[in-house]
Design a protein around this ligand. Structure first.
Ligand SMILES: [Fe+2]
Length: 182
């Protein structure tokens, strides 16, 4: 196992039991549910890993971040998660983590029923994060090489909140994570 895998385990053991936003699941349950949704769709391993790690920025300690990353990023968990993960994982994993907040804005902009299906907390954060995209923002987002992967992670993110879901364990995912780490 690479040391990044041990770091990830330590992060989830330390703070994985924190509540996920105003939902009825913990951070770890949310991460595992998103990974399960990816596996159910037979998504490639890198997508399963991205789904599992997409919100790690919520529970990272600043000691995990590379030098020079501004500590004020604590309100921007997608940037914090990206700064951490991009040290160890390829862009196909790190980019969707960075883009999953923008992906919600894109989904709400391009599919009006999407916004209606968000939980109240998720809808509020959508507005706080900038609300609908402008034409220019939309074009820029769609041009990103990992745009489609980001949208996939986002769809799992919005579904992965069921407290009654039977989940895989984190241990089961570690070989996948290890295989993707540089
Ligand atoms: Fe999430």
């Amino acid at each position: 196992m690479k040391s990044i895998v041990e770091k990830i385990v330590a992060i989830y053991e330390r703070r994985g039991n924190e509540k996920y936003a105003d939902e009825e699941v913990t951070q770890l349950q949310h991460a595992l549910h998103c990974a399960k949704l990816a596996m159910n769709e037979q998504a490639p391993s890198e997508m399963v890993v991205a789904a599992f790690l997409h919100d790690i920025g919520h529970i990272l300690g600043h000691e995990a971040l590379p030098g020079g990353v501004n500590e004020d990023l604590h309100d921007h968990h997608e940037e914090t998660g990206y700064a951490f993960l991009s040290q160890y994982f390829p862009a196909v994993i790190a980019d969707p983590v960075r883009l999953h907040v923008a992906a919600k804005r894109w989904l709400c902009t391009t599919d009006t029923t999407y916004a209606e299906r968000l939980s109240p907390t998720s809808y509020k954060s959508f507005l706080d994060q900038g609300g609908p995209m402008s034409e220019e923002e939309r074009r820029e987002f769609e041009a990103h090489p990992n745009f489609a992967a980001a949208v996939r992670v986002r769809r799992w993110d919005d579904q992965g909140k069921n407290p009654h879901e039977v989940l895989p364990t984190m241990q089961e995912l570690l070989p996948l994570i290890d295989a993707q780490a540089a």
